[in-house]
Design a protein around this ligand. Sequence first.
Ligand code: HPA
Ligand code: ZN
Length: 354
Amino acid sequence: MCQTTLHEFLHNLPKCEHHVHLEGCLTPQLIFQLAQKNNTPLPDPATNPAYESIEALTSRYHHFTSLDDFLAFYFQGMSVLIHESDFEDLAWNYFVKASKDGIHHAEVFFDPQVHMDRGVEYTAVVNGFVNGCKRAERELGLSTRLILCFVRHLPVSSARGVYEEALKKGDFEVDADRVHGIGWSSTEVGPPKDMFRELYASAKAKGIPLTAHAGEEGDPSYISTALELGATRIDHGIRLVEDTQLMKRIAEEGILLTVCPLSNVRLRCVESLDQVPIRTFLDNNVKFSINSDDPAYFGGYILDNYCAVQEAFGLSIRDWRRIAEDSVKCSWIGEARKVELLGRIEECVMRYSK
Ligand code: HPA
Ligand code: ZN
């Protein structure tokens, strides 16, 4: 539990989340429960002891050795999702938790290629997640954005397939209000840095907002490639600090990094939380938000991440105000909603500054 004196302030501070994978919200408990309900066998514990029990799986999550080591569990875990209602429930459960943590706006990722690759219909995945988002808007007062991620471990043809299906269904149409942007994720180092060049060029020409996972394990050239391809936001991006020129450019252009501190520690991108370059980004005017990434795998939702940052860096209310305001200003929402959320932040800051 967070020991900082700012805990209550951090809880009440209106937050935006820009980097959470809905499939990363599948807890070990839910994996075992859905495996039984949907009759989707989990790996044999004789060959993979992590699947012996919920406790064994939970404890294995404390020993990830790399991004790819984690991804193997993440892709295995999501194989228990079959029906539209499974996807809807997963999203809804996340939004309930998010709302309790003080999130007012959430931009959430999902990986349709991986589900389609194992035979689940595109519409089951997207309808389920869209329904979860709409319910959160209606019942919790959140604003939401759904971001379709291309995955880097599958062939480009598979990403093209899902992109064309989404276009055909009209899911990227602004009026449809269903899928609001595109990102890329999964294995960073290995596949060609610019593998989605053509797809990103096509999406950019259609005005679809673009982001990309870059600079998590990969060096800063992964970040510059993502920008070259049209990303206007960078997911993770912590290795930006290794290239001061690029860092200057990102600060000047106001590009948001969606930083995920607990994820970086669990995946050994940094040795400890104080190595996440929070202070460097603040000092160099780099805009960033703080996010949970895959909360069911990394031991914390957004408030846990805010608290961990506070424990490591001892930020001031002024610093937090800046982080919260940048999070709103860089969200993919209209001006009216931004003004509303900025007003709520101001109110909260005034309350705790007395
Ligand atoms: N990095 C890359 N791909 C991912 C991640 C991540 O942290 N989480 C889920 N897919
Ligand atoms: Zn991620």
